[in-house]
Each structure stands twice: as structure tokens, then as C-alpha cells.
Design a protein around this ligand. Structure first.
Ligand code: COI
Length: 354
């Protein structure tokens, strides 16, 4: 534990913000002026600092580069009309970060380091939090193993870094997704529930094959039978069938998403029937065919609510109801957005003001 956070601050000489075009923000390519960094050495977190966003040097033998001990989170901060800035549910991401850390045999990051490091960084770079509707500040906390050793064991040393950058929509349009029936994102007993780098690296090849066929993303199915739906490319997945919100229940192969959780809480508060359970490919395809499927969307921090326009399954391409007319996903996307931007009452206490 760290009692008092002593963060050393080294500011940039001149801000890059005037060279940044806030009307063109490709996801993850624009970074704010500063970053937060801490080192784990001899069993403690040390060298807490906010410094200019820049390249850092690491040992080429660093074990993260060899064996993939690397985890991350995705969080967003929003600017309200009154100028206040809030971070959306950072404690949820903090909890998940340490769940990922445990699975990857990495040290826990103390809450104050995660939350205060992030808050101080955002305060310093507050001009980078966009004021344009639909935009936000994306926050990327991550940790990786730095010990220079080629033996396969958990590293003794780590770096924890927080980057931020202004961002707009992750997916510019409704998605055309393919139900993946050969490759798997994760396996039972594996690391699917951890937000670890390798899960994303491993998804690239099957996604690239689907993109060659004209799809944007995949819907992953279970590795054993490929009959159960798990999640979508960079998001959890949700459906509305006969006015019931249905989503795969979380398990060790599925990421326990913060946006997923928030949508379920909103739906329950509205009295909508919600089913968190195993969802079969067959029932979704049948619901599309018999026109009882009203809605299908991805739910994630970066993607927020990402409409699914078309689903490919075994060579057939199914077109879903027009996204603009969908009741639930549009209502919940607006409700989430209104809470985040301080337009609606934050009844659930989700906004953490910085
Ligand atoms: C997020 O939604 O924040 C993610 O981490 C997904 C992706 C951009 C990797």
C-alpha cells in the first residue's frame, strides 16, 4: 500500500493541442501532452511521475515482449456543459484491472495509484477533454513486465502507465459481423476474462480473414462446440428478442464489460426483462429468420453502443432491422450518453468527478 501519493510532475514545454484537429480523431492515434508512469521494483510501486507523453526505453529482453505479461483497461472521461469533467465508472475498471493482473501473475495496482494517478493526469491535461458532443477522452491504463530475463516465469519488475487521448466514435457505421465457427478467442480455463494483450493479438488473424470477406468484425463462439455466442470483436454482445434483452452470461471465456454492466442496470431499472445466460447461435439465427430479433449491438467502452446491421452465418448474410429505428439500443445509448455528459441525473453514481 502507498500511504501518500507522491507524484513527481514534469510538464511539457509547449502543448501540442493547437496542432490537434478535434474534427478528425481516428481512435487511438492522438495522445494528450502527458502520461502517468510508475515502476514496480522490490515488491513496491515507486517513481510515480507525470511526464511528457514520449517514447520510453525498455530492455529488449523485457519479459512482456517475450511472454506477453501485459494487461490494459479502456476508460473514458467526459466534459459536461458546465465545464466539469467526469470519469465513467473508473472503480469498475480498477477492479477488473487487478483481476487481470492476478490471472497474469502481475502485482496488484493500489486503488489510489490507479485513481489518483488518472485524476491528476486528467487535471493537468484537462484542455484535451473534448467539448464536442459524441467525443470524449479515452484513458488507457496498462501494465507490462520489464524484467530482462528469458526464463519463463513471472517478472519481478513492471511498469504501470496511463495514456490519454481525445477520441470520437470507434466504429463509424453499423457493423457487418460474421459468426466465427472455426477460430476461438478464448478457451475454458484460459485467459478470456482477463484484459490481457494476447487475447487481442490472437484475434487479429481470424478477424483479418473475415475482413477479407467484407466483414467488419467477428462474433466469437465457444471453442468447444462453436454453438454458443460469447462476445464480439472489441465488445460484449447484446440482443433484443421479443422485447427481452439477452446477453451471454459472463464466464471465464468472456470479458466482464463495464458498458455491458451499465446497460443491464439501466434496462433492469426500466423494468425490461433481462436474461444473462448462454445464448446459442441457432436461437439468434432463428430469431432473425422469424423476425423476432429487434436489436443486436456490441457494448464496450471504446465502441459504446455499436449497432450490428448484418450478420453472416455459414455463408448466409442476414440483414437485421434498420438501426435507426431500433428502440432499445438507441434509448440506452442516449441514456448512457446523457449520464456521462451530465445532462441526466447520475442516479447510479457512475460519474467520478475529477
Ligand atoms: C475498450 O473498449 O476500451 C477496449 O479496450 C476495446 C478495444 C479498443 C481494445
Amino acid at each position: 500500500m502507498i500511504d501518500t501519493l507522491n507524484i513527481q510532475v514534469n510538464k511539457i514545454l509547449s502543448s501540442k493541442i493547437s496542432q490537434t484537429n478535434f474534427n478528425d480523431l481516428p481512435f487511438g492515434k492522438v495522445f494528450s501532452d502527458h502520461m502517468f508512469m510508475a515502476d514496480y521494483q522490490e515488491g513496491e510501486w515507486k517513481n510515480l511521475q507525470i511526464m511528457p507523453y514520449a517514447e520510453i526505453s525498455i530492455n529488449p529482453a523485457a519479459s512482456a515482449l517475450q511472454y506477453g505479461q501485459a494487461i490494459f483497461e479502456g476508460i473514458k472521461a467526459f466534459r459536461h456543459a458546465n465545464g466539469k469533467i467526469s470519469i465513467f465508472r473508473p472503480f469498475k475498471n480498477f477492479e477488473r484491472f487487478n483481476i487481470s493482473a492476478e490471472r497474469m501473475v502481475m502485482p496488484a495496482v493500489p486503488e489510489e495509484l490507479f485513481i489518483q494517478g488518472m485524476s491528476q493526469l486528467i487535471n493537468l491535461d484537462k484542455d484535451w477533454v473534448p467539448s464536442i458532443e459524441g467525443q470524449s477522452l479515452y484513458i488507457r491504463p496498462f501494465m507490462f513486465a520489464t524484467e530482462p530475463v528469458l526464463g519463463v516465469h513471472a517478472s519481478e519488475t513492471y511498469k504501470f502507465i496511463i495514456l490519454t487521448g481525445p477520441t470520437a466514435a470507434y466504429y463509424p457505421k453499423p457493423l457487418k459481423v460474421k459468426i466465427e465457427l472455426n477460430y476461438a478467442r478464448s478457451v475454458e480455463g484460459g485467459i478470456g476474462y482477463a484484459k490481457t494483450a494476447g487475447n487481442y493479438g490472437g484475434s487479429l488473424y481470424p478477424t483479418k480473414l473475415a475482413q477479407k470477406e467484407g466483414f467488419d468484425q467477428l462474433i466469437w463462439t465457444d471453442s468447444k462446440s462453436h454453438t454458443f455466442i460469447e462476445e464480439s470483436g472489441t465488445t460484449n454482445i447484446m440482443f433484443v428478442i421479443n422485447d427481452v434483452l439477452i446477453t451471454p452470461s459472463t464466464r471465464d471465456t468472456i470479458l466482464d464489460g463495464v458498458t455491458r454492466n451499465s446497460i443491464l442496470e439501466l434496462a433492469r431499472a426500466w423494468g425490461m426483462p433481462v436474461e444473462e445466460r448462454r445464448v446459442t447461435v441457432l436461437e439468434i439465427v432463428n430469431a432473425i429468420k422469424n423476425k423476432t430479433l429487434q436489436d443486436a449491438f456490441g457494448a464496450g467502452t471504446a465502441a459504446t453502443v455499436a449497432h450490428i446491421a448484418q450478420i453472416g452465418h455459414e455463408g448466409e448474410l442476414y440483414t437485421l432491422p434498420d438501426p435507426t429505428g431500433r428502440k432499445f439500443s438507441n434509448k440506452v445509448a442516449k441514456a448512457l450518453s446523457d449520464i456521462r455528459y451530465g445532462i441526466a441525473d447520475d442516479k447510479f453514481g457512475w460519474n467520478y468527478l475529477v
